[in-house]
Design a protein around this ligand. Structure first.
Ligand code: HEM
Length: 418
């Protein structure tokens, strides 16, 4: 049984589930035993209480090329130390301080979209959401150093990361150059030069482990690359799908606009409370993440015995878990292909029992969850009431299933100002 992180793997896993049920054991061509686990309780257990019995699994070797030993790929004590050092940077209070960066990034998109609308040109919403999220994470990390050091003649040297760069060996040189660029910025900051504004880099530089030690330059480089890669494609892809879904469901768009008008009548009304009050926007985002979870497949490898209800997982076994498949199961999610934000209404009591884990679960759960919800709410709350986006092609975009789930082709829309 050949399993990778690709469309064939999704088809194989769906077929296995169909034929054999929720717990499937198989032997891979290299002789290694693998389990595909599709039972919501076991998935929860593996990601939460039993997480320490597992390391990251197949597929992560490719990601290591980009991220070294950063938080997403590291395991064991190295991961534990980094997570402890980094977690405080993601406190709600800190994320709130970055809200003005989110607003600035929306303003720049609005200027561009207004120009496109005036000229009657099309908007490539896929590249727009990607540029938005990339610019936002880079300014959140580097503040002024983004303009001063990273952007060269209007070119963003990180932009190539939005393609599935882990497949392409020619990126090795580009990544090396990026790391040199980042190292220069880190060295200047350590010398007290460069931006003095509040940003993730300043927080990472202040972080100390239990022995009072800071990150080394090499560790910082891995963590910065991790933050950039983890922090922009996922949100960018989600926003891309959200614009597509709104264009397909104008009645949802109308409800979002009236909610935005109520809570964000102008930009000075934007604060953590007004964003928290945007309940329907939250539901739309969750429903989009149910249908299109950017990380559609998680892999793990056991390093000690784990006893599941139905069978034991011996050491060195590969585990596959798929939010994409669990999020579309008819028994948990009736009429699963239908886009229906009311599934996430606070009044829906059954909500808690349904498998929904686009940000993973347990100690390795995404650190950027709160940041990404704020970023997406600010984006929709400020841009949707101003721009109407009509789909140019009605056909449903095909899915590209790489490390991230995305649309195979860019989605184009016709913007008009409301
Ligand atoms: C819609 C947006 C996002 C989604 C769906 C998402 C999803 C995920 C998932 C599923 C994981 C765990 C992967 C695994 O265990 O194999 C993860 C980890 C992580 N994410 Fe996110 N993410 C999003 C946005 C962000 C943002 C905006 C940031 C940073 C600003 C971020 C930073 C991280 C980090 C640092 C980790 C590693 C955590 C650890 O291993 O301890 N993510 N994310």
């Amino acid at each position: 049984m050949v399993l990778g992180i690709d469309p064939e793997t999704l088809a194989t896993l769906q077929q296995l589930q169909h034929e054999y049920g929720d717990m499937v054991s198989m032997t891979k061509p290299n002789g290694r035993v693998a389990y595909f686990i599709n039972d919501a309780t076991e998935v929860r257990r593996i990601l939460t209480r039993r997480h320490s019995k597992y390391h990251k699994g197949p597929g992560f070797e490719r990601v290591k090329m980009l991220l070294g030993n950063g938080l997403i790929v590291s395991d064991g004590d190295v991961w534990r130390r980094s997570r402890r050092m980094i977690q405080p940077a993601f406190s709600r209070q800190n994320v709130h301080r970055l809200m003005k960066v989110m607003v600035g990034c929306c303003d720049r998109r609005a200027l561009h979209w207004a120009e496109l609308a005036a000229k009657g040109e099309l908007c490539n919403i896929t590249s727009e959401t990607s540029d938005f999220a990339l610019e936002l994470i880079l300014i959140s990390i580097f503040s002024r150093d983004y303009e001063d050091r990273i952007m060269v003649a209007g070119n963003n040297p990180f932009a190539f990361l939005s393609r599935d760069s882990t497949r392409d060996l020619s990126v090795v040189m580009k990544v090396r150059r990026l790391r040199e660029l980042l190292l220069g910025i880190i060295e200047d900051r350590r010398r007290g030069q460069g931006s003095r504004e509040f940003d993730f880099l300043s927080m990472y530089l202040q972080a100390r482990d239990k022995k009072g030690q800071p990150f080394s330059d090499a560790e910082l480089l891995d963590e910065l690359m991790t933050l950039i890669v983890a922090g922009f494609e996922t949100s960018a892809n989600t926003l891309n799908w959200v614009w597509y879904l709104i264009a397909k469901h104008p009645e949802v768009g109308e409800k979002l606009i009236s909610e935005a008008k109520e809570h964000l009548p102008n930009v000075s009304a934007l604060n953590p409370d007004s964003l928290a009050a945007m309940q329907y926007t939250q539901q739309v985002l969750e429903e989009a993440l149910r249908l299109y979870p950017p990380v559609w497949l998680f892999t793990r490898r056991s390093h000690e015995l784990d006893e599941l209800d139905e069978f034991d997982v011996g050491p060195d076994t590969d585990i596959y878990l798929s939010p994409f498949i669990l999020h579309r199961r008819e028994d948990y999610w009736p009429d699963p292909e239908r886009f229906d934000p009311d599934r996430f209404a606070p009044t829906d009591k059954a909500k808690k029992d349904r498998p929904f884990f686009p940000f993973s679960l347990g100690p390795r759960r995404c650190l950027g969850e709160y940041f990404s919800f704020l970023e997406m709410k600010v984006h929709l709350g400020l841009l949707l009431p101003r721009f109407c986006m009509r789909l140019v092609e009605e056909a449903e975009p095909e899915l590209e299933l790489g490390i991230n789930l995305r649309a195979t082709k860019d989605i184009f829309m016709k913007p008009t100002e409301r």
